[in-house]
Write a protein that binds this ligand. Sequence first.
Ligand SMILES: Nc1ncnc2c1ncn2[C@@H]1O[C@H](COP(=O)(O)OP(=O)(O)OP(=O)(O)O)[C@@H](O)[C@H]1O
Ligand SMILES: [Mg+2]
Length: 246
Amino acid sequence: MSDIILEINHLKKSYGQNQVLKDISLQVKKGEVISIIGSSGSGKSTFLRSINLLETPTEGQILYHGQDVLAKGYDLTTYREKLGMVFQSFNLFNNLNVLENAVVAQTTVLKRDRGEAEKIAKANLEKVGLGEQYWKAKPSQLSGGQKQRVAIARALSVDPEAILFDEPTSALDPEMVGEVLKTMQDLAKSGLTMIIVTHEMEFARDVSDRVIFMDKGVIAEQGTPQQIFENPQEERTKEFLQRFLR
Ligand SMILES: Nc1ncnc2c1ncn2[C@@H]1O[C@H](COP(=O)(O)OP(=O)(O)OP(=O)(O)O)[C@@H](O)[C@H]1O
Ligand SMILES: [Mg+2]
C-alpha cells in the first residue's frame, strides 16, 4: 500500500468569475505535517475547504488512497469521517458540555456505544490537557484556548486519518496561543497527518515537514521549513516573509 493518503491534481475553484484556486496539485503522505502560509485572500481556506469538500472544486481531482472522491457514485461517508477539521472559530456545539462535544459524533456517525465513546472522548480530552474538572462545562464557560482544545479532542475522537486546521489560533488571545500550538505540536510528534493553515511562522518552522506558500490561488513555492524560511527562491515568498519575520 502506498503511503500517500491524498493526491490532489490540478484543483481549481471559482466563485462566479473569480478564480480563487488556479491549478493546485499536492500529495500528502501519511504522518506528514504540512503548513500552508500566505497572504489574506490567497485561497488558503478555500483550498482546505475544497480538500474536505465543504466546497465543491470546479475542476481537478482528489484521490484518497488512490480513489477518486469526486467520481460519480463514490461514497463520501468514510472520506468525510476520516478528514477532521479544526476551524478558527471552534464550531463547538454550544448547548452541549465538553464531554458531550467529543462524544456525539462517535455515537451518531460511528455508532459507537456510549461507554466506549465516553472512554475515547475522555482520553482525548486528557491528551489535550482538559481533565475531569472541565468535562461538565459548557463551551461558554471556557477560554478560547480551552475551546480550541475541545475542538481538537473532538476531531481526534472519530479516529481521523488527517486533521485540517484553518488558522486554529488566530481567534485566540495571545496568552492562549501557546497552549494550542503545544497541543498541535504533540499531535504532530505522535504521527498524525496534519495540514495547517497558519500565520504562526515560528510554529510552521518548528513543526512542519513541509511548508507551502500560497499566493493568488497557486502554490508559489514549497519546501522544507529550512528552504522556505532560510532560503526562499521566489520574490513573492521573500516579500511575504519579510512582513512576518524580522
Ligand atoms: N463562499 C465564497 N463566495 C465567494 N467568494 C469567496 C468565497 N469564499 C472565499 N471567496 C473569495 O476567495 C478568495 C480567497 O479566500 P480565502 O478565504 O480562501 O483566502 P485565505 O487565504 O484563507 O485568506 P485569510 O488569510 O484572510 O483567511 C477571496 O477573494 C474571497 O473573497
Ligand atoms: Mg482563511
